[in-house]
Design a protein. Structure first.
Length: 495
């Protein structure tokens, strides 16, 4: 009746809030109504864009390289409302030609990418965004001029659309819907492993075997930080295991002639990166100053699962960079890509745990560097791997946080590795004074509860002579332990 009386727009405006609030079942939305709602936005979007351009020209809004809803959200309430609506509907019921034309014309990138993804096409939005971001980055870099950050990344810092591009890739590689999780939007569609495979094929595809993969090079130019962050997700998310277990489509994977594996994917990324550096240099251009360092962080994140058997020199290079950059970042709050020393420590432990390329001297050098930069957890782990439990305890006693957990560390080690009980007990007793200074009560409790069962009483008592109170407590615990053991033995024959 609304359509017959010429008031379809009234009906659409009244219906739209119910759609956004999820009060209309997803499968019961009428295609004609949705198309009418979509069409009703055409004129308001044009008027809104003209108004936004005028606001920038007259100085009412900060001038930017590209005026759209991503860069100036406050100027585009109509566009934002339409994008919110599209995320709540069944895309297959839209007039797709109208939707894609409208979203492209007015640069509603979130809605456009969502429509393509809902249709199972992840390559088209990637190619579209890479092209748009490339042009946008040039304008942003020209606008920044001498004010560009010294470490690079001005496109990522300046252009919100470039962040959206890498956000799209990151969520896809984690097998999560874009831009929201399914629980947050009824129209969200979770990507499949085939979608990830298609994206990787696009990124690593060679138009010319003599040149680096074109899309990989363009992504690297846009942001090394963004590119290697999203590639790391392939090795740290559930997508990694699914990707190597799923038979690839013919010609649709970046592994070359190798069978699908995380190691093969790592080598494909490393090969593309080296080829990109050569190509950019041959073209007389330069990559961002942080390109090589971001690749080293990527290596550190991917090695534990990829296990690529790196040469010792590259392992040392990765470790040195993580130590020095994380140590320096302690005084660089707010810097893009700032990594904490704790993250660096965990990554280095992961690299050394997966790679067995270092000789004894290189291993000792890493220990020295860890102590120099204050990575006491790492230094302790390195000593543990060599069976040097005394030195491991010394490292833990240097760090305030590790010092608080030193007793739990000793107890866990005694339980986890029975073959090293003697070495751990001896190392603990040699550092008894330092442990008493940390917490005398907890130290006494540990000695009585753990060492009464595991250690030679004569050795323990010899060490406890300097601590009479602890010595008496240990003797009592030892007697109780022997009495219980004797009772248990006397009951065995009857059993």
């Amino acid at each position: 009746c609304f359509k017959a009386t010429g008031h379809m727009n009234v009906y659409c405006n009244a219906l739209e809030p119910f759609i956004v609030q999820g009060r209309i079942p997803h499968g019961e939305m009428d295609s004609e109504v949705l198309s009418s709602i979509l069409q009703s936005y055409a004129l308001p979007l044009e008027e809104e864009e003209q108004s936004a351009q005028q606001a920038v020209k007259t100085g009412q809004h900060e001038s930017v390289a590209c005026v759209d809803s991503d860069h100036c959200p406050s100027l585009f309430p109509v566009a934002r409302r339409l994008q919110q609506l599209v995320l709540c509907v069944d895309v297959s019921r839209l007039d797709l030609n109208l939707a894609i034309r409208l979203f492209t014309q007015h640069r509603l990138w979130t809605a456009l990418v969502h429509v393509y993804c809902a249709l199972g096409d992840y390559v088209s939005p990637l190619e579209l965004l890479v092209g748009e971001c490339g042009q946008l980055a040039k304008r942003c870099q020209a606008a920044e001029g001498e004010n560009a950050p010294p470490f690079g990344e001005e496109p990522l810092l300046t252009c919100l659309l470039i962040r959206k591009l890498f956000y799209f890739l990151h969520r896809s590689f984690e097998l999560r819907a874009f831009p929201l999780d399914a629980k947050d939007g009824p129209g969200m569609v979770q990507p499949t492993v085939d979608a990830v495979t298609d994206l990787l094929h696009c990124i690593f595809k060679h138009a010319d075997e003599q040149r680096a993969p074109a899309v990989f090079v363009r992504l690297l130019k846009l942001s090394p930080f963004g590119l290697f962050s999203v590639l790391s997700a392939l090795f740290t998310s559930p997508a990694a295991s699914h990707l190597v277990k799923t038979p690839p489509k013919a010609g649709k994977h970046p592994f070359g002639s190798e069978p699908p594996s995380l190691g093969a994917l790592f080598r494909a990324i490393q090969t593309a990166f080296q080829a990109s550096k050569v190509q950019v240099a041959d073209d007389g251009l330069q990559l961002a100053p942080n390109t090589d360092t971001e690749f080293l962080w990527f290596v550190a994140r991917s090695v534990p699962r990829a296990k690529p058997e790196l040469p010792a020199q590259q392992v040392v290079q990765v470790i040195d960079h993580l130590m020095t950059s994380a140590h320096a970042s302690r005084s660089e709050d707010g810097k893009l890509g700032k990594r904490t020393p704790e993250e660096a420590e965990q990554l280095i432990i992961g690299v050394l745990g997966a790679e067995d390329a270092l000789d004894k001297q290189q291993w000792q050098d890493v220990v020295g560097k860890a102590c120099k930069h204050g990575f006491w957890r790492l230094a302790s782990w390195l000593h543990e791997r060599q069976g040097e439990y005394g030195k491991a305890l010394d490292c833990r006693l240097q760090d305030p946080e590790l010092k608080e957990g030193v007793f739990e560390f000793i107890i866990l080690k005694l339980a986890d590795d029975p073959t090293c009980v003697t070495a751990i007990v001896e190392a603990t007793l040699q550092r008894l004074k330092a442990l008493v200074n940390v917490d005398a009560d907890r130290c006494s409790s540990m000695i009585c509860e753990q060492f009464a069962k595991l250690a030679n009483p004569n050795t323990v008592l010899e060490r406890l002579r300097a601590f009479p109170h602890m010595e008496m407590t240990y003797l009592e615990a030892l007697l109780v332990h022997r009495r219980l053991a004797a009772q248990g033995n006397s009951e065995d024959p009857q059993a």
